[in-house]
Design a protein around this ligand. Structure first.
Ligand SMILES: [Zn+2]
Ligand SMILES: [Zn+2]
Length: 341
């Protein structure tokens, strides 16, 4: 089959011919890929940022946001059959460790990560496990939802976690209305009656956010902390979800937070510098968020099937992978770039 592989760091990806993955274990599921999301993480992989962390042996097939059709299943697989339309949870998890047993797939102590440390989805077929496949509604197409497997799942996990604490009338600030923030706003709208305030540097992104559920849009032009305080009666918001995490976003975000509020970190890059005396005297909570669980992905697929979460995609055949990478790198992708092997 054809597959796009990392052959070296700081080098271009290469399209080559490799053997098709085969079912070898009882819980194996081989998926014919219908859509593979092209993610900023893929650019970071090529820059070598993941080399040490993943320990992957080159060459290997990249691509960690995948959806398609079940092609073959192991003898013990009962939850899907050949031909089922599925989206793939990004990890292959053991199902036996303490984290897996509490449904917390992301913290599995014996997981594999296709596209990061084992063969991924920039290919015609990919091997995963029965634990990682989520059947999707007939009305959805794999190439339309593939990017929800990682980017969407991450946004869902944070927004749904925040939503569990948000009461009607509370305010939730979303910092960053790019790919993840865009999904986060739609999820919040579907799950809460909180007032949603979106903050972004880009006025077009703010406008777009207002069309998909944001109650207020604030352009981050230097007056945005004051603007949010104004919108919240001077108290700040009960919740801030920070999809940026760099360029001063955390300083501004914490300044927008109400006493006893929750600060969700999703985007990353800078250090958070908050005096401990401020943390104890205001009882604010700083909360990390990492991808999402299998159940999070199932719930997100319900919202997708209901048309409550949609994602704009730009599609490329597999052999145009370099165009997709270049377009992403140069800011020419609206929504998410998807390879359609
Ligand atoms: Zn990704
Ligand atoms: Zn596990």
């Amino acid at each position: 089959m054809r597959a796009v592989q990392v052959v070296g760091y700081h080098q271009r990806l290469e399209l080559t011919e490799v053997g098709e993955p085969e079912v070898t274990g009882p819980f194996d599921v081989v998926v014919r890929i219908g859509g593979a999301g092209v993610c900023r993480t893929d650019l970071h992989i090529l820059e070598g940022q993941w080399a040490e962390k993943s320990g992957v042996t080159l060459p290997y097939t990249i691509g960690h946001e995948n959806a398609g059709w079940v092609h073959a299943v192991g003898a013990a697989v009962t939850n899907v059959v050949e031909g089922d339309k599925v989206i793939l949870h990004p990890l292959i998890t053991c199902g036996l460790c303490r984290a897996c047993r509490s449904g917390d797939d992301v913290h599995c102590t014996a997981s594999q990560f296709p596209g990061i440390d084992t063969a991924g989805g920039y290919a015609e077929y990919l091997k995963t496990s029965a634990r990682s496949v989520v059947k999707i509604d007939d009305a959805l197409e794999p190439s339309d939802v593939a990017a929800l497997a990682d980017a969407g799942l991450t946004a869902y996990h944070a927004a749904a976690k925040a939503a569990r604490r948000l009461r009607p009338g509370d305010r939730c600030v979303v910092i960053g209305a790019g790919g993840l923030g865009h999904i986060g706003v739609q999820v919040l709208k579907a799950l809460t009656a909180a007032e949603i305030v979106v903050v972004d540097r880009n006025p077009d992104a703010v406008k777009l956010a207002e069309t998909i559920g944001a109650d207020h849009g604030v352009v981050a032009d230097g007056s945005h902390v004051a603007a949010v305080l104004d919108l919240t009666g001077g108290n700040g918001a009960e919740t801030v979800i920070d999809f940026v995490g760099e360029g001063g976003a955390t300083r501004d975000g914490v300044a927008m937070l109400r006493r006893a509020g929750d600060y969700h970190v999703v985007g990353y890059g800078e250090n958070i510098d908050v005096p401990t005396i401020d943390i104890i005297s205001t009882e604010i909570n700083l909360i990390g968020n990492l991808v999402g669980s299998y159940n999070d992905l199932c719930e997100l697929m319900v919202l997708a099937a209901q048309g409550k979460v949609t994602l704009h995609t730009q599609k490329y055949p597999l052999d145009r992978f370099q165009d997709a990478i270049d377009d992403l790198d140069n800011g020419r992708v609206r929504g998410r770039a998807i390879l359609t092997p």
